[in-house]
Design a protein around this ligand. Structure first.
Ligand code: 13P
Length: 245
């Protein structure tokens, strides 16, 4: 049975003080929510403070990126080991913002995925098409290629896939449950062909998820959770998404 995963991706938001304020409100709201895996991905600078506050909460800590080298002269980069040292169990890799603004290719992402899993982390691996790609009928080609190259040789038991259509991120346009289910079902089939035990792999949806639309998304058979940006910045709204049932 796949356990639902609800993950907050804070992107480049919140100082350490704002992180503490969020958790002081959020943690009591989700106390006792054991049937959902809750993940929090604050910026690197808030990992230490969040790790301290999350102890015994059951909420797990996630980094937003990691470099593939173990250590060395790579100014500004953060290694897998450093992230584990900060208390993370997970890392997000392949987010469309990393692909678009920081030119991360499928090949670079494959190195990151292998390094992360090799270093003991679980990976939330993001895939998704742009509006132009969707409108020209390329969704399955793009998502298929991102999975094929990005996850080559990876241990699927350590991977959760996040389908995040680029046109739905931060735009208020959510893919309909039917549109998402269609791609989730494709992803499940594809990773099965690539060697995963696909019925055990979590496939979560991201893109303008809110308290008002989470329930209908979760009703689809291949949607196992959500990766939430904007609506995860407010503790009440994020707790409502966690408690969608
Ligand atoms: P929004 O929920 O703000 O659309 O962001 C989605 C996302 O990119 C999560 O990784």
């Amino acid at each position: 049975m796949r356990k639902p995963v609800i993950a907050a991706n804070w992107k480049m938001f919140k100082t350490t003080a704002e992180t503490s304020q969020f958790l002081e409100v959020f943690l009591p709201l989700v106390k006792g929510c054991h049937d959902v895996e809750i993940l929090l991905a604050p910026p690197f600078t808030s990992l230490a403070v969040a790790s301290e506050m999350l102890k015994v909460s059951g909420v797990r800590l996630c980094a937003q990126d990691a470099f593939y080298e173990k250590e060395g002269a790579f100014t500004g980069e953060i290694s897998v080991n450093m992230i584990v040292d900060c208390g993370c169990s997970h890392v997000i890799l392949g987010h469309s913002e990393r692909r678009q603004y920081f030119k991360e290719t499928d090949e670079i992402l494959n190195k990151k995925v292998r390094a992360a899993i090799g270093g003991g982390l679980e990976v939330i691996f993001c895939v998704g098409e742009t509006l132009e790609e969707r409108e020209t009928g390329k969704t399955f080609d793009i998502v298929g290629r991102e999975l094929e190259i990005g996850l080559q040789g990876a241990d699927y038991s350590k991977i959760t896939i996040a389908y995040e259509p680029v046109w739905a991120i931060g735009t208020g346009k959510t893919a309909t449950p039917g549109q998402s289910q269609e791609v989730h079902s494709f992803i499940r089939k594809k990773i099965g062909e690539l060697g995963a035990v696909s019925k055990e792999t979590g496939i979560i949806y991201g893109g303008s998820v809110k308290p008002a639309n989470i329930k209908s998304l979760m009703e689809e058979k291949d949607i196992d959770g959500a990766l939430v940006g904007g609506a995860s910045l407010d503790p009440v709204s994020f707790s409502q998404i966690v408690k969608y049932n």
